[in-house]
Design a protein around this ligand. Structure first.
Ligand SMILES: Cc1cc2nc3c(=O)[nH]c(=O)nc-3n(C[C@H](O)[C@H](O)[C@H](O)COP(=O)(O)OP(=O)(O)OC[C@H]3O[C@@H](n4cnc5c(N)ncnc54)[C@H](O)[C@@H]3O)c2cc1C
Length: 496
């Protein structure tokens, strides 16, 4: 079977759904092909009985109209039920509970109470973090920034709205750690541990290596945290419905196996696994937006495209993987925040982070569960610790990690001591199986002073009609960033 379209989008995660919905709204004939049986990707969901679990991503942010998700909500008229979190995240650390308030004055008081630092140091530091974060949002809203791959992208950097921020560019190669020194906060071991774990879940790196400019985004984000009622599947469903209403076809169980250029058109070969007999299909498209990780894309392109892409896959050859545990309890709990970061008292074997991130369903969120509470727990792991294991060894590691997670959550929430159960577990192999992602790498490319953001793969490639979005290309990981990338791509295609 062969058909044709203006635009073909590979993947129905947040990047792919956003690209498809925006393109369809602009009147482009649009087809999305997704290997899995449903949408969402790393921000997807699954059900156990009548309970709905987020698979990975659980927090939303950047929902104001000058920010990526807010822009998409406004442009498409989406209706999403979001609950502002203030406390954005609760952090359990060294026996204390630290509330990450959205209000900056309350947050500074909290820091002064819990962390070392000279008089006024936290005020100066956090005020600067939030000021720079605001300026970066302003810059992103006014200028379609992109890595330097063409004269056009270099010219964009000469725009006055960019030039006034040039002084900040050194923040792309200066680590957060050096700024701690400048603000007199580098002596505090506890504060650094706190920042390291927060940066790990936002920039995928620690204070040593995270560039200051992207570090401020990671440090400020808990002040802008939103809980989607119904789980992450609700905003994803809104994007999916919007795309469909505007005429896009979203085809599930289609795994793209090859992407070939023929004249001005792209031929996209795929395996259709709907029904009992899998078969091959090809869709011909004028434009293709790939939202799959760059390592996966490299495996399905040829010749010049593969050579071009390999410079990036070599530059970004490794990434983080994750383990996830899905917990349930019949007890209903009310907490200051639905988000809880628990610093572990001792290292958890086969886990690389020193904290786990726990998301707890809201007590009134009956779309998630009509009774009790569901939780998604995640932590960083090295893919190599979970690869090539015998079944016995895999199960042994799984049990060690599950027990460690249960212990940590029970300690943090003693009211659940006897009722907490494991409902599911995800390792890098699970992530690879359900999202297809190479080696189960998730969370996007780590932000690193040695490979600054402008060295990320660009959204617009040198190959006419081929575009990239998703969390392994500019501007990186997290749902707001991938929506920003998708928006840039669609604006570019529409302008052609
Ligand atoms: C444990 C965890 C927690 C996270 N927490 C947060 C959070 O709280 N907030 C936040 O904003 N972000 C969070 N993130 C990051 C966020 O989930 C991702 O950056 C984002 O969802 C990536 O979206 P994407 O569309 O780029 O990629 P994906 O979600 O990976 O989507 C790509 C899609 O492509 C499909 N696909 C792959 N190969 C093929 C193929 N050959 N043919 C067709 N389809 C294919 C996959 O099935 C998938 O659906 C978290 C990630 C993880 C793993």
């Amino acid at each position: 079977m062969s058909s044709s379209t203006d635009l073909l989008v590979i993947g129905a995660g947040f990047a792919g759904l956003t690209a498809a919905a925006l393109a369809a709204r602009r009147g482009m004939s649009t087809v999305v092909v997704e290997a899995h049986e449903t949408f969402g990707g790393c921000a997807g969901f699954f059900r156990v009985g009548r309970r709905t679990f987020d698979v990975g991503a659980t927090t939303l942010s950047a929902v104001q109209s000058h920010q990526p998700f807010g822009r998409v909500i406004e442009e498409l008229g989406l209706s999403v039920d979001l609950v502002r979190q203030d406390v954005g995240v609760s952090i359990r650390m060294d026996g204390a509970t630290i509330h990450r308030y959205a209000d900056i004055d309350r947050w500074i008081d909290e820091c002064e109470q819990h962390f070392e630092g000279g008089k006024g140091a936290h005020r100066r530091f956090w005020t600067r973090v939030h000021d720079v974060e605001r300026e970066i949002w302003e810059l992103l809203a006014s200028t379609p920034l992109s890595p330097l791959t063409s004269i056009r992208s270099a010219a964009a950097l000469l725009h006055p709205s960019v030039l006034k921020h040039v002084g900040k560019a050194t923040g792309l190669v200066r680590p957060v750690r050096s700024m701690l020194r400048r603000y007199g906060l580098d002596a505090g071991e506890r504060f650094r541990r706190f920042l390291d774990e927060q940066l790990l879940i936002s920039t995928q790196n620690t204070t040593y290596r995270t560039p200051w400019l992207t570090g401020v985004m990671g440090l400020a984000y808990p002040a802008d945290t939103w809980y989607p009622r119904g789980g992450m599947m609700r905003p994803a469903l809104e994007l999916y419905r919007s795309a469909q209403r505007d005429g896009a076809d979203v085809l599930f169980r289609r795994r793209v196996t090859a992407l070939r250029r023929d004249g001005m058109l792209w031929h996209v070969d795929m395996v259709n696994t709907v029904g009992e007999n899998q078969h091959h299909e090809t869709i011909v498209a004028q434009n293709v937006v790939s939202t799959i990780p760059i390592w996966n894309l490299e495996g399905i392109v040829h010749d010049g495209v593969r050579r071009w892409l390999s410079t990036y896959t070599q530059r970004f050859s490794t990434s983080w993987a994750a383990i996830t545990a899905y917990l349930e309890t019949d007890t209903v709990i009310q907490l200051p925040s639905q988000y809880l970061q628990i610093h572990l008292n001792s290292d958890l074997p086969f886990v690389a982070s020193k904290s786990i991130f726990v998301t707890i369903s809201q007590d009134t969120d009956v779309q998630r569960t009509s009774s009790g509470t569901v939780m998604t727990v995640s932590a960083h792991v090295h893919a190599k610790d979970w690869e090539h294991l015998s079944e016995d060894e895999y199960n042994r590691r799984r049990v060690v990690v599950e027990e460690g997670i249960l212990r940590a959550v029970r300690e943090a929430l003693p009211e659940l001591q006897h009722s907490l159960r494991i409902a599911g577990f995800g390792s890098p192999a699970t992530w690879q199986k359900y999202t297809g992602r190479h080696r189960g790498y998730v969370g996007g490319l780590p932000h690193d002073i040695r490979r600054p953001l402008l060295m990320f793969p660009p959204n617009v490639t040198p190959f006419s009609g081929l575009y990239l979005a998703g969390d392994t290309v500019f501007p990186g990981q997290g749902t707001p960033a991938v929506m920003h990338g998708a928006h840039t791509v669609i604006r570019h295609i529409a302008a052609q």
